[in-house]
Design a protein around this ligand. Structure first.
Ligand code: DC
Length: 246
């Protein structure tokens, strides 16, 4: 550490924006990077999924009603320590319910509604205000945090992403087929990238990281290295920690 280097602290805001398609490994990579670099983490997809869950539970479809629900949604995203983050609706821990593919598809559908996006945009900016932050999603580098210090577009081939999801589901004891996952993911990719408002695409200044041939550990190491390089430019340093600090 040079004499001018300092650990990032409150008041020295540093933001990393990670975008990419479903199953690229954004969540696992960002959680690890948040812990190692002492950044707060926000998985913006969890917000869309939480609204998707409410939509399914209450049978809502109208964009204006959904936007009102989005603005009032009692959502919180909590750091439980040791790299574990949980999503809550009010006092209910909905983390596991949000992982369901039906909820993911509902999230993708409502995410195409401009009124919903603008209601959730406010939440994301408010959540991140004043924090050293890493956030992931589809539009965090293009729309939510266009002035982020570092933007990464994390991707992998559709086949590899579907395989990763299949392994995850198998480990969780869920019975599903590769083709089912592949088709659902292809549909979601198309909807997320094809919508008019804030479509999934790399920001012009994003660093592209294709993880098709990388293990999770290799992906994490590459992202942490990019963060360290970017911090160095800003004259801060990343202090390894087992806890992501909020
Ligand atoms: O990242 P994820 O798979 O949990 O996201 C679920 C859906 O939410 C995704 O298909 C599209 C939507 N989403 C979005 O439109 N913008 C974001 N920043 C994050 C997610």
């Amino acid at each position: 550490m040079t004499t001018t280097q300092q650990t990032i602290a409150k008041g020295n805001r540093f933001v990393v924006a990670v975008d990419g398609p479903a199953g690229a490994g954004k969540g696992a990579v960002c959680r690890a990077a948040a812990s190692q670099c002492q950044l707060a983490y926000l998985e913006t997809g969890a917000l869309y999924r939480a609204l998707g869950l409410l939509t399914l539970q209450e049978g809502l479809n109208d964009p204006e009603t959904l936007a009102t629900q989005a603005a009032q949604m009692p959502f919180s995203y909590r750091n439980m320590g040791d790299g574990i983050f949980r999503a809550f609706l009010d006092t209910d821990d909905v983390t596991d319910a949000l992982r369901n593919e039906t909820v993911g598809q509902a999230a993708s559908r409502i995410a195409a509604m401009p009124a919903v996006r603008s209601a959730l945009l406010a939440f994301q900016r408010q959540y991140g205000a004043g924090k050293n932050l890493i956030l992931d999603g589809r539009d965090v580098g293009t729309v939510v945090w266009p002035d982020a210090d570092l933007k990464i577009y994390l991707t992998a081939s559709l086949e590899e992403r579907a395989n990763r999801r299949l392994r995850e589901l198998e480990i969780a004891g869920k019975n599903t087929s590769f083709s089912e996952i592949y088709d659902a993911m292809a549909e979601r990719d198309q909807r997320d990238a094809g919508r008019a408002d804030a479509p999934l695409k790399p920001a012009p200044d994003a660093i592209l990281l294709d993880t098709t041939e990388l293990t999770l550990t290799q992906s994490i190491n590459q992202v942490v290295q990019l963060i360290k390089n970017s911090l160095k430019k800003a004259d801060f340093e990343c202090t390894e920690s087992t806890h992501g600090l909020l």
